[in-house]
Write a protein that binds this ligand. Structure first.
Ligand code: MRU
Length: 376
């Protein structure tokens, strides 16, 4: 999508690959919205660190980063011994897989890459196929998000007020986004609407990333505290909810997404507000039989106990700090600990529809449509 930095507007993708340097190039998302910076990881371990430390985050974006990371690791292998090469690729795969457990996109992406690599008969051929497969995953991610936009835009009518949670925008994918794709398509069709972005504590991806994206795209929006959605729904101020997903179970239609999604789905049901989930096909898990089996990331307590931000001018002047510097501030009582589950699971009956690149379906229809939804 287009980004305007210091008056210059140009298109960017969240994740790209520099074949000459064998480096994965990423937008440093932890600095947004205050600073726009591209970083490059020099080897697969650095790519895994970038995924784990959330330099890059969001299901599709970490899927692409993992696919490129696998190609990066494969291409760094020296020699022609296929058996040793396969063992090395196995280590790369497990290192990247372990970086973040809840989203299934990295595993699906790397499985695609490995399947295609296996067609090569030499190390060199497999290395070339790995990069081609990773590039294809990234391009498909963009195509899927664009198709989600075409299907989902029909749900948005002039004058509507939408709610979204966390960031399932283009920063969470290679480009375009899942939950935001219908918004961008509706905007392109000339529709006028307003988006409420849940702040999405503890890491505030809604307040920082989604709000930045919508501002860049000039879409009318406001950030709301996570606890405000129920009140707005009760007053008739929300017409439609669209969220993303980190793992959607093809067998049951259950949706794992950023913590707080389940609460919003319950509230939407209570108020008769349509609740949609937008996903590319790489977010579908065809194996797991229950949402209780989804590995939920337990994250560090400091995310809950404090917050990151930048020092504003007035504060900087009065306290002799540097304006614009990124800082972590402790908010909570100093002697208290915290519990920090990163995701929750929303059951099928709370979801009006799943917006996929192949159309909009009821959550429980996914399994019957598995052939057209990419189940191998
Ligand atoms: O922890 P994050 O930021 O990687 O979480 C991912 C998300 O932003 C959301 O859960 C999102 O709605 C799904 S990712 C497309």
């Amino acid at each position: 999508m287009n980004v305007t930095v210091r008056g210059q507007t140009r298109p960017y993708r969240t994740v790209t690959f520099d074949a000459q340097q064998n480096a994965v190039r990423l937008i440093e998302q932890r600095l947004l919205p205050h600073e726009f910076k591209i970083v490059a990881t020099k080897n697969f371990r650095e790519t895994a660190d970038a995924i784990r430390d959330m330099v890059v985050r969001g299901a599709g974006a970490i899927g692409a980063a993992a696919a490129y990371g696998l190609a990066q690791g494969a291409r760094a292998f020296r020699g022609g011994n296929l058996r040793k090469f396969s063992a090395h690729v196995g280590t790369v795969y497990l290192t990247l897989k372990a970086a973040r457990p809840t989203a299934v996109d990295p595993v699906n992406a790397m499985n695609d890459v490995r399947r295609l690599m296996a067609r090569g008969e030499t190390v060199e051929e497999q290395q070339a196929l790995a990069l081609a497969a990773a590039e294809e995953f990234a391009s498909e991610d963009v195509r899927h998000c664009e198709a989600i936009g075409r299907h989902g835009a029909k749900l948005i009518r002039d004058g509507m007020k939408l709610l979204t949670h966390c960031n399932a925008g283009w920063l969470a994918f290679v480009d375009v986004g899942s939950a935001t794709a219908p918004m961008y398509a509706a905007q392109a069709a000339g529709k006028k609407f307003h988006v409420f972005c849940d702040e999405t504590r503890p890491r505030s991806q809604g307040a920082t990333l989604t709000a930045w994206e919508l501002a860049q795209q000039k879409i009318s929006h406001q950030i709301i505290a996570d606890n405000a959605a129920g009140h707005l729904m009760q007053r008739g101020e929300i017409d439609l909810v669209i969220v993303g997903s980190d793992r959607t179970l093809g067998r049951t239609g259950e949706v794992a997404n950023k913590i707080g999604t389940y609460t919003k789905a319950v509230l939407a049901k209570r108020h008769g507000i349509p609740f949609y989930v937008a996903i590319p096909l790489s977010t579908i898990d065809w194996k797991l039989k229950s949402g209780f089996d989804i590995p939920i990331e337990d994250r560090h307590e400091h995310e809950v106990l404090g917050a990151w931000g930048v020092v504003e001018k007035q504060e900087a002047e009065s306290r002799k700090l540097k304006t614009g510097e990124r800082a972590y501030v402790r908010v909570a009582n100093p002697t208290s600990g915290a519990r920090n589950p990163g995701f929750d699971v929303t059951s099928a009956e709370l979801i009006t529809g799943i917006i996929t690149p192949a159309g909009i379906f009821k959550p429980r229809e996914l399994w019957n449509r598995r052939r057209s939804l990419g189940k191998h």
